[in-house]
Ligand binder design. Structure first.
Ligand SMILES: [Zn+2]
Length: 169
């Protein structure tokens, strides 16, 4: 099978965006696309006004909330939404590429802003998060796909064949 050049292109940009993250351990990138055009990009990081040296980068999930890294992180998917320099309504029916599948909080934001498709490369390692994300996407009508080694989409959450053939380029 041939490599799907568009999926490869957009996922490569998501990966390049991830490389900008200052998080030494977890680098995640996201790209929002509509009609093969990039509307926005994002990567995980602290709010731009927050000093990076005040983020507890080496914390664990067992630490107190104020000492946990994740408390200070804006995730890549949300940053891609927030970085969009236009009307939020423009993000309706777009596709979001992300290097790691979204957490449940980002899944809610993705659904709320009306993004229609999510394509991820790696599955998020926390099963309780991915189960919640699957449920959020299913019930709110967001289609979620992973990619195979040739960057063709592999269906996991959704099994509506008509839908798959209608939207996918
Ligand atoms: Zn998230």
């Amino acid at each position: 099978m041939l490599v799907n050049k568009w999926n490869h292109y957009f996922m490569s940009i998501a990966e390049e965006s991830a490389n900008l993250s200052k998080d030494p351990k977890t680098k995640v990138g996201a790209v929002i696309v509509h009609n093969k055009r990039i509307k926005s990009t994002g990567y995980n990081g602290a709010p731009s006004s927050f000093p990076d040296d005040q983020v507890p980068w080496d914390s664990s999930d067992d630490d107190e909330l104020i000492n946990q890294k994740n408390t200070y992180m804006v995730h890549a998917e949300l940053n891609a939404i927030l970085n969009y320099d236009g009307q939020m309504a423009d993000l309706k029916d777009t596709t979001l590429y992300c290097t790691v599948s979204p957490c449940s909080r980002c899944a809610c934001m993705i659904a709320q802003v009306g993004i229609k498709n999510v394509i991820y490369k790696e599955k998020y390692h926390r099963k309780n998060e991915t189960d919640a994300t699957d449920r959020i996407f299913k019930l709110s009508g967001v289609k979620c796909y992973s990619l195979d080694s040739e960057y063709n989409i592999r269906r996991e959450v959704d099994d509506d064949d008509d839908y798959y053939h209608r939207w996918f380029f």
